[in-house]
Design a protein around this ligand. Structure first.
Ligand SMILES: [Zn+2]
Length: 317
């Protein structure tokens, strides 16, 4: 089978390797779709030291081809959304059955179970309440997912901010009550004017940038919540803690490493997908074959107009 190996800088190579053997508690999945995650961009852009090789890919959906001896409830032919730790950019992957969720025959490129789980857990951890005024900063893939799930909870204001016109028109189409182009308008001013001067009950930071992090402290009301969904890597971030202290914000670090929490988020996400309360329509915008995985990563880096999410697709059947 084919698998993408990352070596050096921007250096994907397609290797031939054995189809993995499965343990009794594992499933062999024929990969249909493997999402390209923003968290994977850094090793590709920055490059790996000489001699190091990494096998990326963790957002996998596909079809069961073999179930381990201990497995009940999943049989060959079942479609599943899974979370794999690595080696997801490959034709086949071995994955623990506990990490596989049946997909009710949803289109497999909508069953990106791991990022959906992140967004589900972010919205739950931030404790979105009925009728809240909510701000989402960043209308990329994670921001879009968070926005859609906040809407499921039922809020009053759902204000979405970004600096890209195409992202803002998408957010509007997904039901934002107000979109704010931060290059044209002051987000804190807009939020104040829509909340009788109070500020939002809750602000989601979904960009991973210092600027957005700073802004969350200016859009959130006293005793409100700040949820950090963005992946803050690179230079150290700063916050004006005197102000944040005084404002008595609850700070929610919406990142999850506990496996049980991640798996529950996947299960909840798939329930919402199969019951049509969550739609992924319009989110997977770029599809690439494995041979063009470098182009997929370049697209994620460059974010051309209309870009939301890139996936690697494999012929199935
Ligand atoms: Zn991911």
């Amino acid at each position: 089978m084919k698998i993408a190996a990352l070596r050096g800088r921007e250096g994907f190579v397609i290797e031939e390797t054995e189809v993995p053997a499965i343990r009794p508690d594992e499933i062999l999945v024929k990969v249909a779709v493997s999402g390209v995650c923003a968290s994977e961009l850094e090793p590709w852009v920055e490059g790996l030291p000489d001699g190091e090789v990494r096998y990326l890919g963790h957002e996998v959906s596909g079809v069961v081809v073999e179930a381990g001896a201990d497995i009940t409830g999943l049989v060959p032919g079942d479609q599943v959304g899974t979370w794999v730790i690595e080696r997801g950019f490959a034709e086949y992957v071995a994955v623990r059955a506990a990490y596989c969720f049946p997909t009710d025959h949803l289109p497999l490129d909508e069953v990106l179970a791991e990022p959906i789980a992140c967004a589900v857990n972010a919205v739950e951890a931030a404790d979105v309440r009925l009728g809240d005024d909510v701000v989402v900063i960043g209308a990329g893939f994670m921001g879009n997912l968070v926005q859609k799930l906040v809407a499921v909870r039922g809020v009053r204001q759902l204000i979405v901010a970004d600096a890209r016109p195409d992202a803002l028109s998408r957010a509007a189409a997904f039901g934002a009550t107000r979109v704010v182009d931060v290059r044209q308008e002051s987000l804190p001013d807009v939020v104040r004017s829509l909340t009788d001067g109070r500020g939002a009950d809750l602000t989601f930071e979904c960009t991973g940038t210092q600027q957005a992090l700073t802004t969350t402290g200016e859009t959130t009301r006293m005793s409100g919540r700040v949820a950090i969904v963005g992946f803050h890597q690179g230079p150290e971030r700063t916050i004006p803690l005197a102000h944040w202290n005084w404002m008595a914000f609850t700070i929610v670090n919406a990142h999850f490493r506990d496996v049980g929490v991640i798996l529950r988020g996947m299960e909840v996400g798939l329930r919402l997908l199969s019951s049509k309360q969550l739609s992924m329509q319009g989110l997977v915008t770029h599809r690439f074959r494995l041979e063009r995985i470098g182009d997929a990563f370049a697209t994620l880096r460059d974010k051309p107009d209309g870009f939301v999410k890139a996936v690697i697709t494999f012929p199935i059947g």
